[in-house]
Design a protein around this ligand. Structure first.
Ligand code: VGL
Ligand code: ZN
Length: 197
């Protein structure tokens, strides 16, 4: 059993959005075309409450892309994005969401960011996705989506550590590339045994 994990293909990560990833919209048609080839399709949705602790606007004297120290470690501060219920948090309008068996939301804890679809950024609090996949008999996952160097990377590494066979289709991902984050992400994924296609 092989699942497709479609990471954060949401308006705010596409051109015109609050945290736009260059070319984010270009991957939608290819992802739609892939969905029918998998036994399961899971979509993730970055889903922050207003005033989330990962937003620069929540911390006086900071600007987007600054780093701060959180109780669980260093955290990049982002522009406000994917606020629950807003159009920015909605899936890209051309993404064929009808194919999805499960939509998993993450980042809803006001105090902890969640790049990974499996664990919050404390690396302790599970989202429940590993249990869902295991109970469905899924052994292998392929990841696509946004952003390659943040949520796709963290999700792929956690999936590998959870024992799944993991492939990332980099042609169906786009990156933010903040201070070398893309190269770091590629080595982290290689180190975790993720296949980059
Ligand atoms: C993401 C930064 C903040 C992502 C989500 O989907 O890669 N990046 N929140
Ligand atoms: Zn976010």
């Amino acid at each position: 059993m092989h699942a497709l994990l479609v990471i954060d293909v949401q308006n705010d990560f596409c051109p015109g959005g609050a945290l736009a990833v260059s070319g984010g919209n270009e991957i939608v048609a290819g992802i739609n075309a892939l969905m029918g080839q998998f036994e399961a399709v899971v979509l993730t949705q970055d889903w922050h409450p207003a005033g989330h602790s990962s937003f620069a606007s929540t911390h006086a004297g900071t600007a987007p892309y600054d780093m701060i120290e959180m109780p669980y470690g260093p955290q990049v501060l982002w522009p406000d994005h994917c606020v629950q219920g807003t159009d920015g948090a909605a899936f890209h309008p051309l993404l064929e969401t009808d194919h999805a068996d499960l939509v998993i939301r993450k980042g809803y804890n006001p105090a902890i960011d969640s790049y990974s679809a499996f664990f919050e950024n404390d690396h302790k609090t599970p989202t429940g996705l590993a249990g869902y996949l295991r109970t469905r008999g899924i052994k292998e996952v392929t990841l696509v989506g946004l952003a390659l160097d943040f949520c796709v990377n963290y999700s792929a590494v956690d999936a590998a550590q959870a024992g799944f066979k993991v492939t990332v289709r980099t042609d169906l991902c786009r990156a933010i590339d903040l201070n070398g984050s893309l190269d770091e992400a590629k080595s982290a994924m290689h180190g975790a045994g993720v296949t980059l296609d």
